[in-house]
Design a protein around this ligand. Structure first.
Ligand SMILES: [Zn+2]
Length: 423
């Protein structure tokens, strides 16, 4: 009986600590009296919990606010230096690692192009980059609260396994356990679209929305659904693989083994294919010169640049991609009734040419009420969406379950020694 009571007490305490942290995240600076008013906790309880959060370095006091009549109140805010966070992404042809403080301000970053998809080589480079981030952290006498890694494929978040990445060609990689054996701080992995969605919800274009659908349009297309600041993961963490909805049963073959998937009409490759077909049919375009007559060199930024200069082929290819994006998105809006839809991923660089046809298609095909309720916005983080999502993943865990992080935050500059890398 005593044990149960004690467990309940710890749970209640953690829930109340998380409640205060969430209030401060949303509306800091706040005084203890503000917090008592917002949460319904007694002033004595707030004082005691705040003392605990200050001792653990999660919260700090600003100078007293002498503007008020009566006793001066001391404004509180989250401490941006409680610890550093690492966001990482393995893309199909790059890795990125960023290091931020607790206010998501970037302290250090590393971006590398990959010339191989070989698992061992890629993971070795990732670990080297994370080790560098850790060295930067140590040099600043800080500690790392966790690492969030986004991956281009199907991830089981419960057991931390990358199940399948068609674009990397990897299957059943127990990445979280493997990384956890290398580093002392907590490791979280998820699919890049989920990570990006959480990043935009916490720090980007969907801040303040309770139901966010984030579309991540890159080499593949994925969706992340964030409900009340939590990723909706489905059973086993596989929700959001919208790129493989069939939109044409007789369409082109897809990497996943099916045919006519949405992704085959709206991915980066689909866009490049449209440009190539236009060129092969003899339509004039500046893209031919821009690529030195080698269409293998064609990139999304080149197409966007040509479109901005009025190139008809580039504009038509982007507009047609927008039509197909709108066709799939209309179905998602009907199914999910989101408050905000964030258009993200590499293709969002071209939003000014894609969104008009996308919006028109949504207007034509979705239920009017759901379409009107869904505000379609462009992602704020661009190509950094996934790494910022890695940051948001750690941030969310610290804010909602602060107790396990106390020890780490209090360790301050103490070094965490990762094991030797054996990939
Ligand atoms: Zn597919």
């Amino acid at each position: 009986m005593h044990r149960i009571r004690s467990a309940d007490h710890t749970l209640m305490r953690e829930m109340n600590l998380a409640l205060l942290l969430e209030c401060l995240r949303r509306e800091a600076p706040l005084s203890r009296a503000d917090l008592a008013l917002m949460t319904g906790l007694t002033k004595a309880a707030v004082s005691s919990l705040v003392r605990e959060l200050i001792e653990a370095r999660y919260v700090r006091e600003l100078g007293p606010d002498l503007g008020n009549k009566g006793r001066p109140s001391v404004p509180l805010e989250l401490n941006p230096n409680v610890g550093y966070l690492i966001g990482a992404e393995i893309g199909v042809d790059f890795i990125s690692v960023i290091l931020t403080n607790f206010a998501a301000q970037v302290i250090w970053r590393r971006d590398e192009a990959l010339t191989t998809r070989a698992q061992t080589a890629v993971l070795h480079r990732l670990v080297a980059a994370v080790n560098q981030a850790w060295a930067e952290t140590r040099a600043r006498h800080q500690t790392i609260l966790g690492l969030g890694l986004g991956l281009p494929g199907l991830v089981n978040v419960d057991n931390g396994t990358l199940l399948f990445s068609p674009n990397l060609g990897w299957t059943d990689v127990p990445l979280r356990d493997w990384l956890q054996a290398q580093f002392a701080f907590p490791i979280y992995i998820d699919n890049e679209a989920n990570m990006a969605a959480l990043g935009e919800s916490y720090f980007g274009a969907a801040r303040g929305s309770d139901l966010v659908l984030h579309l991540s349009c890159n080499v593949g297309v994925g969706a992340g659904l964030v409900i009340n600041r939590r990723i909706f993961s489905g059973t086993g963490g596989l929700a959001g693989e919208v790129g493989h909805m069939t939109i044409d049963p007789d369409g082109p073959p897809c990497n996943c083994g099916s045919r006519g998937c949405w992704e085959t009409y709206v991915s980066k490759w689909a866009l490049l294919r449209r440009v190539e077909e236009a060129i092969l049919s003899g339509r004039p375009t500046r893209l031919l010169a821009a690529t030195g007559h080698d269409l293998q060199q064609l990139t999304i930024p080149m197409i966007v640049d040509a479109a901005r200069r009025g190139d008809g082929v580039a504009r038509a290819a982007l507009a047609e991609t927008g039509v197909y994006l709108g066709i799939g998105l209309a179905g998602l809006i009907n199914a999910l009734n989101p408050e905000r839809v964030v258009f993200g991923g590499g293709l969002s660089l071209a939003h000014e040419f894609v969104l008009p046809t996308l919006r028109e298609e949504v207007r034509r095909r979705a239920m009017r009420w759901a379409a009107e309720a869904a505000e379609i916005v462009v992602a704020a983080h661009g190509t950094d969406a996934c790494v910022m999502g890695g940051i948001a993943t750690v941030y969310y865990r610290v804010l909602t379950e602060p107790l396990p992080y106390y020890a780490q935050g209090q360790r301050g500059g103490e070094a965490q020694t990762p094991a030797a890398v054996t990939v």
